[in-house]
Structure formats: C-alpha cells, structure tokens
Design a protein around this ligand. Structure first.
Ligand SMILES: *Cc1c(COP(=O)(O)O)cnc(C)c1O
Length: 380
C-alpha cells in the first residue's frame, strides 16, 4: 500500500535520496545583490534594497503600500496594532493555521476566537463567521460586542491555507457589516489570487512571510501591505522603533518595535521576488502532475485551487480517508525519505489556546485528521 504513491512522488524529484517538503531555490541575482550590500556596508536596518523591495512588493501585489519587516509574525503583530486591536479585545480567526496567527493576537493581549473553515478552501468559512456574528454578537454604536464575554471584537484574521485563497470577498462583506477590521494572513499565499485580485489586498491590511520554507524567502522576513497611506505610515513607524524623523535627535512618540527587515535580507528578497513568476509557473506545473496522478487513486484526494481562484500551490496537500490511513502514509513516506507532514494541531487543542471560544469546528476537525502535505519545492 502507498508504494505506487511514494514511487510517483519520487519520480517528480529525480536524483534525490531525501525529498524535502519545501526547500528554497536561489537561481537569480541573490549572490550579486548580497555582495553589493556587503560592499556598501549598509547591511542593517537601512539601505536601498529595503526601499526597492517595498516598491517591488507593492507593485507585485497591487496594494498601495508595502512595509518590510523582520518576519511574518512581527508583520502580523504590527498589523493588528495599527488596526487598533487592544488588550482584552477579541479577534476572530481559524484554528487550522500556523501558531503565529494566534500568537500575534496574544501579543496584543487580545483573545483569539476560533471559527470553522470551509472544506474546499481550508480557510475561514464565511458561513461559520456569519452564524457566529448573528448568534453571539451585538452591535453597539460602531462596536461589535461578544454577548457571551462582553468583550469588543475588533478584527478578523482569515488565513489562506497552503496558498489556497479562502472566500475572502464574503468575509470582507461580513467584516464591513459588523465593523471588524479585516487583516489577511497571506503568509502562505504570495501570488495567489481570487477573481484576479491578489490575496493580502482584500483586507484593510495583509501580511506576507518570507521565511525559509515559504514560496520566496530572504532567510527571515515579512511584510505588511495596505491601500491606506495612513496605516502604511503607522506600520512603518511602529516597526522602526517609532522614532520621530530628525537628522540626529532620538525621540520616540510611542512604544515601537525593532521589526525592521535588514538590508541584507532585503537584497535576497529582491532577487527572489524577481523570480516569483517563474517559481509560480513551476509550482503550478507540479500541482498539475500531482492532480493527474491522484485522479487515478480512488482512496486519496488531491486538494485543488477553489473555484474562481488561482493558487500559488505553496504546499501541495492530499486528503487520506481517515486518521489511521493518514498515519500509515506519514510513516511510510517519511521512512522512504519523502518528507510529508500532517496539518498543524488545531490551535484550540493546544493547551495555550484551549480556553478560547470556538464554534463546533466540524470541518477543521475533519480536515485535521486527513490532511498530509507532500513535497512542493520549485524544481527549476
Ligand atoms: C509562516 C507563517 C507565518 C509567520 O511567518 P514567519 O515569517 O515565520 O514569522 C504566519 N502565519 C502563517 C499562516 C504562516 O504559515
């Protein structure tokens, strides 16, 4: 059992003993830009590559502004703060996500509320969001209040899981109706689009990650994108120690963060972004090969991009028929040198988030015991 699947995955990555889940690819001008950065001595928090990367990312995403940060988690934290998320607020998100989504909420001393995902998109379900808002909240003035806890719900953070866009248009509408600030965790979905519009640009703010395992990487890095000049300016200020502009005086007008992306990383990021379209074409080609192969396997479903979307296929994912089968596949594939892994443990099941409010999470629970991520690196 699974021998054919393992042989097939191996054939997509010829000449490799160990096939990682996702490895970075440096086939552009990375070394040239890094060298130029070292020669310039501007390796740290200022330099031309930071500015250049922000411009490139702004143009690529179609957002009005981009602010580079030291990683995706800090970008999420800063985005929540400029959205006005405050201590004792609540923020709606999904439990099927990397822990950083909820951690960033906690850094603001706010409380995550975990709502269910859709089975096809793997992202926050607008139906679950609507049900929760109708049943459990009331509007007082411009404030959305949780009737159970009495706390203000200030924001909603959907995540585009493995690069598959969630139903972001419906979520945008619900957030508008209920005065929730929409922040997209697009850490995994750079280059993914719904109806031709890039993920990360639907909400008031969107966040990307350029960690080593993401579609493009600069070692560690992140970014906030937004159409709002004011939010972008505040995000830049807050992530650069909130220093007032002055030729030599050090004065700070709020408690800011040192969340800047160093110029060295930005050099790498520029070179990587130059190749993003090639990477995406290659990743979509691999997804097509997987889709064709798994269509011949009756016991395994390959997760394809939702209708009306274009996914970056950051991490390819399959659904096994139950937890036992999944565990068997995980064991066999990893033993064969093919790195595979299950979805994250649902965040509401972690001790640290076990006290948080949730809905029934039927789809999240169903998916969590069946999902396996399979090797997805760019093969150029
Ligand atoms: C990778 C990731 C992040 C955070 O990224 P870092 O750059 O590693 O801090 C946040 N959310 C999700 C869903 C991610 O996958």
């Amino acid at each position: 059992m699974f021998d054919e699947v393992i042989a097939q995955i191996r054939s997509f990555f010829p000449g490799r003993d160990f096939i990682p889940l996702h490895e970075p690819k440096f086939i552009g001008r990375e070394k040239e830009y890094l060298s130029a950065t070292i020669d310039s001595t501007f390796v740290s928090s200022v330099g031309k590559f930071v500015d250049r990367f922000e411009e490139m990312l702004r143009d690529y995403s179609g957002a009005g502004h981009a602010v580079a940060t030291v990683n995706g988690t800090s970008a999420l934290h800063a985005a929540l703060l400029v959205a006005g998320v405050a201590a004792e607020d609540e923020v709606i998100t999904q439990p099927l996500t990397f822990v950083a989504t909820a951690n960033a909420i906690s850094y603001c001393r706010a409380h995550p509320v975990f709502l269910d995902v859709d089975r096809d998109t793997l992202g926050l379900s607008p139906a679950a969001l609507r049900d929760f808002l109708e049943e459990h909240t009331e509007q007082s003035g411009n404030v959305c209040r949780n009737k159970t806890t009495g706390r203000r719900i200030s924001a909603c953070v959907p995540m585009h899981t493995f690069g598959h866009p969630c139903r972001i248009e419906e979520i945008t509408e619900l957030c508008r109706e209920h005065n929730l600030f929409l922040i997209e965790d697009a850490a995994e979905s750079l280059g993914s689009a719904r109806s031709g519009k890039q993920t990360g640009t639907f909400g008031a703010l969107g966040v990307y990650s350029f960690n080593g395992n993401k579609t493009i990487t600069c070692g560690g890095g992140g970014a906030i994108v937004t159409d709002s000049k004011a939010l972008a300016a505040h995000a830049k200020h807050l992530t650069t120690t909130a220093k007032k502009p002055h030729p030599y005086l050090y004065e700070h007008d709020e408690i800011g963060f040192n969340y800047r992306m160093p110029n060295l990383n930005a050099a790498l990021a520029c070179a990587q972004l130059e190749n993003l379209d090639r990477f995406l074409a290659d990743k979509r080609e691999l997804a097509k090969l997987y889709r064709n192969f798994f269509s011949t396997q009756s016991a395994i479903d390959f997760i394809t991009e939702p209708e009306d979307t274009r996914a970056n296929y950051w991490l390819n994912a399959i659904l096994l028929k139950d937890r036992t089968t999944r565990d068997l596949f995980l064991t066999k594939s990893n033993e064969a040198g093919i790195q595979t892994r299950p979805a994250w443990t649902l965040l509401n099941r972690l001790e640290i988030y076990s006290h948080c409010q949730t809905d029934e999470l039927a789809n999240a629970a169903w998916l969590a015991e069946r999902i396996v991520n399979i090797p997805s690196s760019v093969r150029l």
